[in-house]
Design a protein. Structure first.
Length: 444
């Protein structure tokens, strides 16, 4: 299959365009102006059930949904389109709406940009001692866009969000003075969307450098779910697999952090072939999945996903809760319900599937896991813990919140038993311009 992308500009060229009702096309043109839309031939031809539109889960995951915008914003754009307003006016309306959107969830604001020679290193994030996130500049794209993806401004021409790096040697130098870092996680758009020759420019310096502290190279990708042909029949598939194998044979552990959201994405022959090809490079495939209302909010779906992942030789890693930004109204699930879905699926799978953790939400303090609901003499409480923390001393310590069946994010939870704040709140990390950036990292 040849890769072909479709967006609003060539929407009418989609082979299944005639199957879309007029109201669905209009809705896509309205919402797709605010949240970028992009789909490809594999999703259209092999994943979406066109007899189940608009309720098909893969369709909802890739085609913009009306409920992603509030009613007033939707109606403003809709009216402008129906009145055949000029493109200039439409762009002004969209820009105003985007400027008023909450792009960050509460408790998840600016990235943790480290210092090197008294300068902020854009494209690097060092939030947790052992893990460094790296975003290459050429990585700011994907094979298709998820409707729930909170970093949509990356694809909307907003340069303020493009905190990418283009100097792999800077990454190497930073790792040399930070021996506490054992893992580099390539993230951002999708690293594997790059051509192999460009990808080598970021990987080779890591392999050639003397970095005894670097154990793991992790790649965050949706490629298996949205374009598995990347590992089978693309023009440079063999070069890509050879590069990945070189990582595995270099005494570095290669981990593919694959993103799947529904069992359908694991069902095609080509994705099974792609997973086999990746595993043959020596890579470990760990799978993380968002829990999303209207897409996968049932225990049976999660049970099927985890069982199929293990069957294919992958490791279920995490169920995560997408950040509670403005666009999440359509997808958000209360934390209590997310935990109930997790538990009901977890209790019906074998121990091989129980490597998965969740539900987890990532905020400024760290990664918070909902552990369950507990009964106390004073009523129900929600039990939580940090599985990662800005301060390592917070990790694995239990904390309790008042029971709230409507809360969808940490900022909506109230500490239990009359406490004014959770144990990790109110603690600020003083940021000082240090000549020795090693000491700075240790202070985080």
């Amino acid at each position: 299959m040849n890769y072909q992308a479709y967006n609003l500009k060539n929407l009418d060229k989609i082979p299944q365009y005639s199957l879309l009702k007029e109201n669905v096309i209009h809705q896509l043109n309205v919402v797709g102006r605010v949240f970028p839309f992009k789909v490809n031939t594999y999703i259209l031809n092999e994943l979406i059930d066109w007899n189940n539109i608009p309720n098909d889960p893969i369709f909802r995951m890739t085609f913009s949904q009306k409920e992603m915008l509030n009613e007033d914003d939707y109606n403003t754009i809709s009216l402008a389109i129906r009145k055949n307003s000029s493109e200039e006016l439409l762009q002004q309306i969209v820009k105003k709406i985007r400027n008023n959107l909450d792009l960050f969830s509460t408790g998840h604001h600016e990235p943790s940009l480290p210092l090197y020679d008294n300068h902020r290193l854009y494209g690097l994030q060092h939030k947790y001692n052992e893990t460094l996130l790296y975003t290459p500049s050429q990585e700011q794209s994907c094979q298709a866009y998820c409707t729930f993806y909170v970093q949509w401004p990356l694809y909307a021409g907003d340069n303020a969000w493009k905190i990418a790096a283009n100097d792999a040697l800077q990454l190497v130098n930073y790792l040399k003075i930070h021996p506490e870092v054992t893992s580099v996680l390539f993230t951002g758009g999708d690293l594997l969307f790059m051509k192999s020759g460009i990808l080598e420019q970021y990987i080779n310096p890591l392999l050639k450098a003397d970095l005894p502290n670097l154990f793991n190279i992790r790649i965050d990708t949706k490629m298996l779910g949205y374009w598995p042909y990347r590992f089978t029949t693309d023009s440079d598939s063999s070069e890509l697999l050879a590069l990945l194998e070189r990582i595995s044979t270099s005494e570095k552990h290669l981990v593919i952090m694959a993103n799947f959201s529904h069992p359908v994405e694991l069902s095609t022959n080509v994705v099974k072939e792609a997973i086999k090809a990746l595993r043959n490079t020596g890579a470990t495939i760990q799978i993380q999945s968002p829990i999303l209302r209207n897409i996968n909010d049932s225990p049976e779906i999660w049970k099927r996903m985890w069982n199929e992942q293990v069957k294919l030789g992958c490791i279920p890693y995490e169920m995560f809760i997408p950040q509670n930004t403005d666009m999440q109204n359509y997808f958000s699930i209360p934390l209590v319900n997310a935990w109930e879905i997790f538990r009901d699926a977890f209790k019906n799978v074998s121990g091989l599937c129980r490597t998965v953790r969740g539900p987890c939400m990532s905020c400024d303090f760290g990664k918070i896991q909902i552990l369950g609901i507990s009964e106390t003499p004073n009523g129900k409480v929600i039990s939580l813990r940090l599985v990662q923390g800005k301060n390592p001393e917070w990790v694995m310590k239990l904390f309790l919140a008042e029971y709230d069946e409507k809360a969808i994010w940490i900022n909506e939870l109230i500490p239990a038993f009359g406490q004014k704040q959770f144990s990790f709140e109110g603690i600020e990390h003083e940021e000082v311009e240090l000549e020795d950036s090693y000491n700075y990292a240790l202070s985080l």
